[in-house]
Design a protein around this ligand. Sequence first.
Ligand SMILES: Nc1nc2c(c(=O)[nH]1)N[C@H]1C(S)=C(S)[C@@H](COP(=O)(O)O)O[C@H]1N2
Ligand SMILES: [Mo]
Length: 228
Amino acid sequence: MVKGIGLPPGQRRVEGFPRFGTHLSRPAPPVPPAPVIAVRGAVTAEVDLPLERLWELPRKEITADFHCVAGWSATGLHWEGVPFETFYRALIEPIQLPGASITRLTLRGLDGWQAVVTIEDVLGDDVLIAQNLNGQPLDSDHGAPVRLVSPSQYGYINIKHLCRIDVLTAAPATTEGPLIRSHPRGRVWEEERHALVPGRLVRPIYRSLIGPIRFLSSRGTRDALRRS
Ligand SMILES: Nc1nc2c(c(=O)[nH]1)N[C@H]1C(S)=C(S)[C@@H](COP(=O)(O)O)O[C@H]1N2
Ligand SMILES: [Mo]
């Protein structure tokens, strides 16, 4: 295996880009008329940043593969948005608590799903707050109005419907039990699937979840709701 060539270890390519997630069959959360990203935690002021503030910043396009920790990969996705680092330096750093050493962020979606990321990973140069996928505004299946895209980390870090960021000076206590405890970094080329067990060993168990989760997730898609 050569890092960056082909698919990361233990991944299999799927056609298209399925809806997938802990939402299972629940439909995507409604997008408020004036969406914001709320910033909380180790900051001097709690601010709710309207998405318009993001669109004033320089934008970037990337083409990348998307890897779910369960083992499927969607290839050649084209994303457009604001580099997370640009957003962070322009809008979060200026309100950081003086003297606080920021080590992590909690990112949260409108559906309540959240992930903790290390500052080092989230400031990586391939990380975006994405607004468009393949030339179209993100649809509800894939994270409208905006989502995090971090192609070198598994899907669970790639928070859809991003609406809140908590600025942290220490790692929060985990809320996951020992059986499915996601790796705190989730880097795909290192196969960091699980916090306690080597990624290779959990492959068969995770893979067995793809079918059922895909099936359930597809029942909550835009298209399914339109048909019913
Ligand atoms: N808000 C939110 N973001 C989420 C999830 C979720 O359930 N809710 N699931 C994660 C998981 S496990 C994966 S694999 C990807 C799937 O993204 P997709 O539905 O656009 O394919 O979203 C991630 N981000
Ligand atoms: Mo996933």
